[in-house]
Design a protein around this ligand. Structure first.
Ligand SMILES: [Ca+2]
Length: 471
Protein backbone atom coordinates (compact mmCIF):
# COMPACT_ATOMS: atom_id res chain seq x y z
CA UNK A 1 0.00 0.00 0.00
CA UNK A 2 1.28 3.41 -0.86
CA UNK A 3 1.49 6.06 1.78
CA UNK A 4 1.64 9.02 -0.50
CA UNK A 5 -0.97 11.18 1.12
CA UNK A 6 1.90 13.11 2.66
CA UNK A 7 4.02 13.84 -0.33
CA UNK A 8 6.27 16.55 0.92
CA UNK A 9 8.44 14.50 3.20
CA UNK A 10 9.87 17.11 5.51
CA UNK A 11 9.67 15.63 8.94
CA UNK A 12 9.88 17.71 12.04
CA UNK A 13 11.35 15.31 14.47
CA UNK A 14 9.84 15.07 17.84
CA UNK A 15 12.42 13.20 19.83
CA UNK A 16 10.07 12.15 22.57
CA UNK A 17 7.59 10.96 20.01
CA UNK A 18 10.23 8.84 18.38
CA UNK A 19 11.19 7.29 21.65
CA UNK A 20 7.58 6.50 22.31
CA UNK A 21 7.12 5.20 18.80
CA UNK A 22 9.40 2.35 19.69
CA UNK A 23 7.25 1.68 22.69
CA UNK A 24 4.08 1.76 20.66
CA UNK A 25 5.43 -0.48 17.95
CA UNK A 26 6.46 -2.97 20.59
CA UNK A 27 2.97 -2.76 22.04
CA UNK A 28 1.42 -3.21 18.61
CA UNK A 29 3.47 -6.28 17.99
CA UNK A 30 2.47 -7.67 21.31
CA UNK A 31 -1.15 -7.34 20.33
CA UNK A 32 -0.96 -7.88 16.59
CA UNK A 33 1.94 -10.27 16.53
CA UNK A 34 0.41 -12.50 13.93
CA UNK A 35 -0.18 -9.66 11.51
CA UNK A 36 3.04 -7.75 12.05
CA UNK A 37 6.06 -8.49 9.88
CA UNK A 38 8.31 -10.73 11.90
CA UNK A 39 11.46 -8.80 11.03
CA UNK A 40 10.16 -5.41 12.08
CA UNK A 41 12.15 -3.86 14.87
CA UNK A 42 11.14 -0.21 14.70
CA UNK A 43 14.51 1.04 15.83
CA UNK A 44 15.54 4.64 15.26
CA UNK A 45 19.22 5.15 14.53
CA UNK A 46 20.93 8.52 14.54
CA UNK A 47 23.81 9.77 12.44
CA UNK A 48 25.70 12.98 13.19
CA UNK A 49 28.96 14.57 12.15
CA UNK A 50 29.95 14.49 15.82
CA UNK A 51 29.29 10.75 16.07
CA UNK A 52 31.37 7.60 15.78
CA UNK A 53 30.70 4.37 13.96
CA UNK A 54 31.69 2.53 17.12
CA UNK A 55 28.73 4.15 18.89
CA UNK A 56 25.38 2.36 19.21
CA UNK A 57 23.63 4.91 16.97
CA UNK A 58 21.42 6.43 19.63
CA UNK A 59 20.55 10.09 19.84
CA UNK A 60 23.17 10.61 22.54
CA UNK A 61 25.76 8.38 20.86
CA UNK A 62 25.10 8.61 17.12
CA UNK A 63 26.91 6.97 14.24
CA UNK A 64 29.30 9.06 12.16
CA UNK A 65 28.40 7.73 8.72
CA UNK A 66 25.12 7.04 6.97
CA UNK A 67 26.74 3.85 5.69
CA UNK A 68 27.10 2.49 9.20
CA UNK A 69 23.39 3.00 9.80
CA UNK A 70 22.59 1.49 6.42
CA UNK A 71 24.54 -1.61 7.38
CA UNK A 72 22.69 -2.23 10.65
CA UNK A 73 19.06 -1.38 9.82
CA UNK A 74 16.25 -3.87 9.54
CA UNK A 75 12.78 -3.51 8.10
CA UNK A 76 10.72 -0.95 9.96
CA UNK A 77 13.73 1.03 11.15
CA UNK A 78 14.30 4.72 10.63
CA UNK A 79 17.65 6.47 10.24
CA UNK A 80 17.70 10.12 11.20
CA UNK A 81 20.64 12.05 9.84
CA UNK A 82 21.39 15.22 11.73
CA UNK A 83 22.38 18.43 9.93
CA UNK A 84 25.94 18.62 8.69
CA UNK A 85 28.09 17.68 5.75
CA UNK A 86 28.85 14.03 5.02
CA UNK A 87 31.53 13.23 2.48
CA UNK A 88 31.11 9.49 2.03
CA UNK A 89 28.94 7.84 -0.61
CA UNK A 90 26.16 5.56 0.59
CA UNK A 91 25.00 2.12 -0.53
CA UNK A 92 21.78 0.80 0.94
CA UNK A 93 21.40 -2.98 0.85
CA UNK A 94 18.88 -3.86 3.56
CA UNK A 95 15.30 -4.48 2.48
CA UNK A 96 12.22 -3.16 4.14
CA UNK A 97 8.78 -4.62 3.65
CA UNK A 98 5.51 -3.22 2.36
CA UNK A 99 4.28 -2.59 5.90
CA UNK A 100 7.68 -1.83 7.46
CA UNK A 101 9.70 0.37 5.16
CA UNK A 102 13.22 1.48 5.98
CA UNK A 103 13.38 5.25 6.01
CA UNK A 104 16.51 7.37 5.73
CA UNK A 105 15.46 10.88 6.71
CA UNK A 106 17.36 14.14 6.94
CA UNK A 107 16.36 15.46 10.34
CA UNK A 108 16.09 18.94 8.85
CA UNK A 109 15.00 19.11 5.25
CA UNK A 110 18.18 19.54 3.18
CA UNK A 111 20.16 19.95 6.42
CA UNK A 112 22.03 16.68 5.98
CA UNK A 113 24.32 17.37 3.04
CA UNK A 114 26.02 14.53 1.23
CA UNK A 115 28.89 15.97 -0.78
CA UNK A 116 31.27 13.52 -2.39
CA UNK A 117 34.30 13.72 -4.62
CA UNK A 118 35.94 11.08 -6.75
CA UNK A 119 33.04 8.61 -6.97
CA UNK A 120 30.53 8.29 -9.84
CA UNK A 121 27.52 7.30 -7.70
CA UNK A 122 26.69 9.19 -4.53
CA UNK A 123 23.78 7.17 -3.10
CA UNK A 124 23.17 3.71 -4.54
CA UNK A 125 20.07 1.87 -3.40
CA UNK A 126 19.89 -1.89 -3.94
CA UNK A 127 17.10 -2.70 -1.49
CA UNK A 128 13.32 -2.75 -1.79
CA UNK A 129 10.98 -0.68 0.35
CA UNK A 130 13.52 2.01 1.14
CA UNK A 131 12.79 5.73 1.52
CA UNK A 132 15.37 8.46 0.93
CA UNK A 133 13.91 11.69 2.27
CA UNK A 134 14.98 15.28 2.49
CA UNK A 135 18.73 15.06 1.77
CA UNK A 136 20.92 17.58 -0.01
CA UNK A 137 23.11 15.66 -2.45
CA UNK A 138 25.88 17.08 -4.62
CA UNK A 139 29.35 16.32 -5.86
CA UNK A 140 31.33 15.42 -8.96
CA UNK A 141 29.48 12.12 -9.40
CA UNK A 142 27.34 11.38 -12.43
CA UNK A 143 24.34 10.08 -10.46
CA UNK A 144 23.09 11.54 -7.18
CA UNK A 145 20.60 8.80 -6.31
CA UNK A 146 20.91 5.54 -8.26
CA UNK A 147 18.09 3.13 -7.56
CA UNK A 148 18.34 -0.52 -8.60
CA UNK A 149 15.44 -1.75 -6.49
CA UNK A 150 11.63 -1.73 -6.32
CA UNK A 151 9.11 0.01 -4.07
CA UNK A 152 11.51 2.86 -3.41
CA UNK A 153 10.39 6.37 -2.46
CA UNK A 154 12.74 9.25 -3.22
CA UNK A 155 11.05 12.17 -1.51
CA UNK A 156 11.86 15.84 -1.13
CA UNK A 157 15.57 15.72 -1.82
CA UNK A 158 17.70 18.52 -3.26
CA UNK A 159 20.01 16.95 -5.82
CA UNK A 160 22.21 19.46 -7.56
CA UNK A 161 25.60 20.54 -8.89
CA UNK A 162 26.65 17.16 -10.20
CA UNK A 163 29.20 16.13 -12.78
CA UNK A 164 32.92 16.41 -13.11
CA UNK A 165 34.60 19.72 -13.71
CA UNK A 166 36.31 18.22 -16.76
CA UNK A 167 32.93 16.96 -18.05
CA UNK A 168 34.23 13.40 -17.96
CA UNK A 169 31.83 10.45 -18.09
CA UNK A 170 33.66 8.24 -15.57
CA UNK A 171 34.32 5.86 -18.43
CA UNK A 172 30.72 4.69 -18.61
CA UNK A 173 29.60 6.12 -21.93
CA UNK A 174 26.97 8.33 -20.38
CA UNK A 175 26.92 11.40 -18.22
CA UNK A 176 24.28 10.06 -15.84
CA UNK A 177 21.30 11.72 -14.18
CA UNK A 178 20.61 13.39 -10.87
CA UNK A 179 18.08 10.71 -9.88
CA UNK A 180 18.06 7.45 -11.81
CA UNK A 181 15.66 4.52 -11.55
CA UNK A 182 17.86 2.03 -13.38
CA UNK A 183 15.86 -1.14 -12.93
CA UNK A 184 17.33 -4.13 -11.20
CA UNK A 185 20.83 -3.57 -12.47
CA UNK A 186 22.69 -6.78 -13.04
CA UNK A 187 19.75 -9.02 -13.89
CA UNK A 188 17.97 -9.12 -17.21
CA UNK A 189 15.40 -7.94 -17.95
CA UNK A 190 16.25 -5.03 -15.70
CA UNK A 191 12.76 -4.74 -14.40
CA UNK A 192 11.65 -2.90 -11.28
CA UNK A 193 8.29 -1.81 -10.00
CA UNK A 194 6.64 0.87 -7.93
CA UNK A 195 9.41 3.44 -7.67
CA UNK A 196 8.25 6.92 -6.74
CA UNK A 197 10.18 10.16 -7.15
CA UNK A 198 8.25 12.97 -5.52
CA UNK A 199 8.87 16.54 -4.45
CA UNK A 200 12.55 16.72 -5.38
CA UNK A 201 14.44 19.82 -6.50
CA UNK A 202 16.98 18.89 -9.16
CA UNK A 203 19.32 21.20 -11.00
CA UNK A 204 22.76 21.95 -12.41
CA UNK A 205 24.01 18.67 -13.73
CA UNK A 206 26.88 19.20 -16.18
CA UNK A 207 24.96 22.12 -17.58
CA UNK A 208 27.76 23.70 -19.57
CA UNK A 209 29.39 20.48 -20.71
CA UNK A 210 29.84 19.95 -24.46
CA UNK A 211 28.02 17.15 -26.17
CA UNK A 212 30.34 14.33 -27.15
CA UNK A 213 29.36 11.91 -29.89
CA UNK A 214 28.54 8.47 -28.48
CA UNK A 215 28.15 9.66 -24.90
CA UNK A 216 24.66 10.31 -23.57
CA UNK A 217 24.22 13.64 -21.89
CA UNK A 218 23.35 14.25 -18.25
CA UNK A 219 19.68 14.27 -17.33
CA UNK A 220 17.57 15.39 -14.41
CA UNK A 221 15.23 12.54 -13.42
CA UNK A 222 15.67 9.29 -15.31
CA UNK A 223 13.10 6.53 -15.01
CA UNK A 224 14.39 3.65 -17.06
CA UNK A 225 12.42 0.62 -16.01
CA UNK A 226 9.10 -0.30 -14.50
CA UNK A 227 6.28 1.53 -12.81
CA UNK A 228 6.04 4.49 -10.48
CA UNK A 229 4.93 8.03 -9.80
CA UNK A 230 7.04 11.05 -10.66
CA UNK A 231 5.33 14.12 -9.25
CA UNK A 232 5.94 17.57 -7.83
CA UNK A 233 9.54 17.66 -8.96
CA UNK A 234 11.30 20.75 -10.29
CA UNK A 235 14.19 20.25 -12.70
CA UNK A 236 16.33 22.91 -14.37
CA UNK A 237 19.78 23.49 -15.83
CA UNK A 238 20.67 19.95 -16.71
CA UNK A 239 22.81 19.16 -19.73
CA UNK A 240 20.18 17.11 -21.53
CA UNK A 241 16.58 16.09 -20.68
CA UNK A 242 14.71 17.25 -17.61
CA UNK A 243 12.61 14.08 -17.30
CA UNK A 244 13.76 11.00 -19.19
CA UNK A 245 11.72 7.79 -19.53
CA UNK A 246 13.66 5.40 -21.69
CA UNK A 247 14.25 1.66 -22.10
CA UNK A 248 11.26 -0.08 -20.49
CA UNK A 249 9.08 2.26 -18.44
CA UNK A 250 5.45 1.34 -17.94
CA UNK A 251 2.52 2.13 -15.65
CA UNK A 252 4.18 5.40 -14.80
CA UNK A 253 2.55 8.71 -13.92
CA UNK A 254 4.47 11.93 -14.54
CA UNK A 255 2.25 14.56 -13.02
CA UNK A 256 2.56 18.15 -11.78
CA UNK A 257 6.25 18.61 -12.43
CA UNK A 258 8.16 21.60 -13.77
CA UNK A 259 11.11 21.44 -16.16
CA UNK A 260 12.69 24.67 -17.34
CA UNK A 261 15.92 25.76 -18.98
CA UNK A 262 17.26 22.31 -19.69
CA UNK A 263 19.42 21.88 -22.76
CA UNK A 264 17.36 19.17 -24.47
CA UNK A 265 13.60 18.57 -24.03
CA UNK A 266 11.69 19.05 -20.82
CA UNK A 267 10.44 15.47 -21.13
CA UNK A 268 11.16 12.47 -23.31
CA UNK A 269 9.65 9.00 -23.46
CA UNK A 270 11.00 6.28 -25.68
CA UNK A 271 12.85 3.02 -25.86
CA UNK A 272 15.85 1.52 -27.50
CA UNK A 273 13.97 -1.11 -29.47
CA UNK A 274 15.58 -4.08 -27.79
CA UNK A 275 13.99 -7.04 -26.06
CA UNK A 276 11.67 -6.01 -23.28
CA UNK A 277 11.81 -2.43 -24.37
CA UNK A 278 8.14 -1.73 -24.88
CA UNK A 279 6.70 1.37 -23.28
CA UNK A 280 3.12 1.31 -22.15
CA UNK A 281 0.64 3.08 -19.93
CA UNK A 282 2.55 6.31 -19.51
CA UNK A 283 0.48 9.18 -18.18
CA UNK A 284 1.94 12.67 -18.47
CA UNK A 285 -0.32 15.35 -17.02
CA UNK A 286 -0.32 18.80 -15.43
CA UNK A 287 3.34 19.46 -16.12
CA UNK A 288 5.00 22.73 -17.09
CA UNK A 289 7.72 22.35 -19.71
CA UNK A 290 9.08 25.83 -20.24
CA UNK A 291 12.11 27.46 -21.84
CA UNK A 292 13.90 24.23 -22.63
CA UNK A 293 16.41 24.41 -25.46
CA UNK A 294 14.73 21.73 -27.55
CA UNK A 295 11.06 20.67 -27.49
CA UNK A 296 8.79 20.58 -24.48
CA UNK A 297 7.81 16.93 -24.98
CA UNK A 298 9.61 14.34 -27.09
CA UNK A 299 8.37 10.86 -28.04
CA UNK A 300 11.08 8.81 -29.69
CA UNK A 301 11.94 5.34 -30.85
CA UNK A 302 9.19 3.36 -29.18
CA UNK A 303 9.65 -0.39 -29.42
CA UNK A 304 7.10 -2.60 -31.16
CA UNK A 305 4.20 -3.35 -28.87
CA UNK A 306 4.28 -0.07 -27.03
CA UNK A 307 0.90 1.39 -26.19
CA UNK A 308 -1.18 3.93 -24.34
CA UNK A 309 0.95 7.02 -23.90
CA UNK A 310 -1.25 9.90 -22.83
CA UNK A 311 -0.52 13.58 -22.49
CA UNK A 312 -3.17 15.54 -20.63
CA UNK A 313 -3.26 19.19 -19.66
CA UNK A 314 0.40 20.02 -19.92
CA UNK A 315 1.64 23.57 -20.34
CA UNK A 316 4.21 23.96 -23.09
CA UNK A 317 5.76 27.34 -23.73
CA UNK A 318 9.03 28.94 -24.69
CA UNK A 319 10.65 25.71 -25.86
CA UNK A 320 11.98 25.54 -29.41
CA UNK A 321 8.79 23.62 -30.27
CA UNK A 322 6.00 22.05 -28.27
CA UNK A 323 6.38 18.42 -29.34
CA UNK A 324 8.94 16.32 -31.13
CA UNK A 325 7.72 12.98 -32.48
CA UNK A 326 9.76 10.23 -34.06
CA UNK A 327 8.40 6.77 -33.49
CA UNK A 328 6.95 3.84 -35.39
CA UNK A 329 3.94 1.69 -34.66
CA UNK A 330 0.34 2.63 -34.39
CA UNK A 331 -0.57 6.27 -34.93
CA UNK A 332 -2.95 5.89 -32.00
CA UNK A 333 -0.09 5.13 -29.66
CA UNK A 334 -0.01 8.66 -28.32
CA UNK A 335 -2.98 10.77 -27.31
CA UNK A 336 -2.86 14.44 -26.38
CA UNK A 337 -5.51 16.65 -24.85
CA UNK A 338 -5.91 19.77 -22.78
CA UNK A 339 -2.62 21.47 -23.56
CA UNK A 340 -2.08 25.05 -22.47
CA UNK A 341 0.21 26.87 -24.85
CA UNK A 342 0.87 30.10 -23.00
CA UNK A 343 3.38 31.70 -20.68
CA UNK A 344 2.89 30.02 -17.28
CA UNK A 345 3.41 33.38 -15.55
CA UNK A 346 5.70 32.29 -12.78
CA UNK A 347 5.91 34.85 -9.98
CA UNK A 348 9.50 35.57 -11.00
CA UNK A 349 10.99 33.51 -13.79
CA UNK A 350 14.77 33.35 -13.71
CA UNK A 351 16.40 30.70 -15.91
CA UNK A 352 19.21 30.13 -13.43
CA UNK A 353 16.89 28.93 -10.68
CA UNK A 354 17.07 32.04 -8.53
CA UNK A 355 13.45 32.97 -9.25
CA UNK A 356 10.08 32.01 -7.80
CA UNK A 357 8.18 29.37 -9.77
CA UNK A 358 4.86 29.68 -8.01
CA UNK A 359 2.05 30.97 -10.20
CA UNK A 360 0.88 34.56 -10.50
CA UNK A 361 -2.85 35.07 -9.92
CA UNK A 362 -3.27 35.64 -13.67
CA UNK A 363 -1.47 32.43 -14.66
CA UNK A 364 -3.17 30.34 -17.37
CA UNK A 365 -2.06 27.24 -15.45
CA UNK A 366 -4.48 27.87 -12.59
CA UNK A 367 -7.35 25.39 -12.49
CA UNK A 368 -6.35 24.00 -15.89
CA UNK A 369 -5.00 20.68 -14.61
CA UNK A 370 -6.74 17.34 -14.50
CA UNK A 371 -7.58 15.62 -11.22
CA UNK A 372 -4.90 13.20 -10.02
CA UNK A 373 -5.86 11.65 -6.73
CA UNK A 374 -2.80 9.47 -6.15
CA UNK A 375 -0.97 12.55 -4.86
CA UNK A 376 -2.83 14.90 -2.56
CA UNK A 377 -0.37 17.76 -2.05
CA UNK A 378 1.87 20.06 -4.05
CA UNK A 379 5.61 20.77 -3.69
CA UNK A 380 4.95 22.93 -0.64
CA UNK A 381 2.50 20.55 0.98
CA UNK A 382 -0.57 22.47 -0.16
CA UNK A 383 -3.58 20.21 -0.46
CA UNK A 384 -4.80 19.95 -4.05
CA UNK A 385 -6.98 21.20 -5.47
CA UNK A 386 -7.39 24.80 -4.41
CA UNK A 387 -10.15 26.56 -6.29
CA UNK A 388 -12.22 24.78 -8.89
CA UNK A 389 -9.59 22.35 -10.16
CA UNK A 390 -5.98 21.17 -10.05
CA UNK A 391 -3.38 23.60 -11.32
CA UNK A 392 -0.64 22.79 -13.78
CA UNK A 393 2.89 22.75 -12.35
CA UNK A 394 4.44 21.82 -9.03
CA UNK A 395 2.73 24.58 -7.05
CA UNK A 396 -1.01 24.89 -6.48
CA UNK A 397 -2.04 28.52 -6.48
CA UNK A 398 -3.69 30.11 -3.46
CA UNK A 399 -3.27 27.39 -0.87
CA UNK A 400 -1.60 27.31 2.49
CA UNK A 401 1.47 25.17 2.89
CA UNK A 402 1.30 22.70 5.71
CA UNK A 403 4.72 21.12 5.74
CA UNK A 404 6.79 23.97 7.15
CA UNK A 405 4.69 24.38 10.26
CA UNK A 406 6.03 23.20 13.57
CA UNK A 407 3.57 20.32 13.78
CA UNK A 408 0.39 19.94 15.72
CA UNK A 409 -0.23 17.83 18.79
CA UNK A 410 -3.44 15.85 19.00
CA UNK A 411 -4.94 13.66 21.67
CA UNK A 412 -6.89 10.46 21.61
CA UNK A 413 -8.75 8.71 24.43
CA UNK A 414 -11.03 5.68 24.69
CA UNK A 415 -13.56 8.05 26.25
CA UNK A 416 -13.20 10.70 23.56
CA UNK A 417 -15.24 11.33 20.46
CA UNK A 418 -14.29 11.52 16.81
CA UNK A 419 -16.42 14.63 16.54
CA UNK A 420 -14.11 16.37 19.05
CA UNK A 421 -11.29 18.67 17.91
CA UNK A 422 -8.64 16.25 19.16
CA UNK A 423 -7.40 18.47 21.96
CA UNK A 424 -6.35 17.31 25.40
CA UNK A 425 -9.71 18.42 26.86
CA UNK A 426 -11.70 17.04 23.93
CA UNK A 427 -9.74 14.13 22.45
CA UNK A 428 -10.60 11.93 19.52
CA UNK A 429 -11.70 8.33 20.09
CA UNK A 430 -10.73 5.91 17.34
CA UNK A 431 -7.48 5.28 15.53
CA UNK A 432 -9.35 4.70 12.31
CA UNK A 433 -10.51 8.30 12.43
CA UNK A 434 -7.38 9.82 13.91
CA UNK A 435 -4.52 8.33 11.96
CA UNK A 436 -5.51 9.81 8.59
CA UNK A 437 -5.67 13.25 10.22
CA UNK A 438 -1.99 13.25 11.13
CA UNK A 439 0.46 15.12 8.94
CA UNK A 440 4.22 14.83 8.87
CA UNK A 441 5.56 16.42 12.04
CA UNK A 442 2.40 15.98 14.07
CA UNK A 443 2.35 14.21 17.41
CA UNK A 444 -0.46 12.06 18.74
CA UNK A 445 -0.74 11.64 22.50
CA UNK A 446 -2.56 8.57 23.78
CA UNK A 447 -4.40 9.32 27.00
CA UNK A 448 -4.78 6.62 29.61
CA UNK A 449 -7.13 3.78 28.85
CA UNK A 450 -7.54 0.62 26.84
CA UNK A 451 -7.76 0.94 23.09
CA UNK A 452 -9.37 -1.35 20.60
CA UNK A 453 -6.77 -0.23 18.09
CA UNK A 454 -6.78 -0.66 14.38
CA UNK A 455 -5.57 1.37 11.45
CA UNK A 456 -2.41 2.00 9.53
CA UNK A 457 0.44 3.22 11.67
CA UNK A 458 3.34 2.89 9.30
CA UNK A 459 5.53 5.93 9.14
CA UNK A 460 3.69 7.92 11.75
CA UNK A 461 4.80 9.01 15.16
CA UNK A 462 2.47 8.18 18.01
CA UNK A 463 3.28 8.76 21.63
CA UNK A 464 1.42 7.67 24.73
CA UNK A 465 0.84 10.19 27.49
CA UNK A 466 2.37 7.63 29.80
CA UNK A 467 2.80 3.90 29.98
CA UNK A 468 -0.78 3.34 31.03
CA UNK A 469 -2.08 3.47 27.48
CA UNK A 470 -2.94 -0.06 26.38
CA UNK A 471 -3.52 -1.12 22.83
CA1 LIG B 1 -6.43 25.16 -8.54
Amino acid sequence: MRHLHKINPYIRINVLALVFLIFIISQMHAVFGQAAPTSTTGNVYYVATTGSDSNPGTITAPFRTIQKAADVVSSGDMVLVMPGTYNNPVTTNKHGTASARIRFVSQQKWGAKIQTAGVPYIWTNKADYVNIEGFDISGDGKIGILNYASHTQVLGNHVHHLGRADCGDWGTGDMGAAIDTAGSGATSPRDATDNDIIGNLVHDHSYNCPRVSGISGAHGIYHGYGSGIISNNIVYRVMSYGFHLYHHPYNTDIVNNIAFNNRAAGFIVGSDGGVGSTVHDIYVANNIFYDNDWVGIAVYGLGSGSSNIRFNNNLLYGNSQGYGFNYGGSPDLVTISGDVLADPQFVNYQPDGSGDYHLKPTSPAIDKGIAFTKISEDFDGVQRPVGSAYDIGAYEYGGTATTQTTGNTYYISPTGSDSNPGTSASPWKTFAFTIPKLKAGDTLILKDGTYNAHGVFAGRRISPANHDAQL
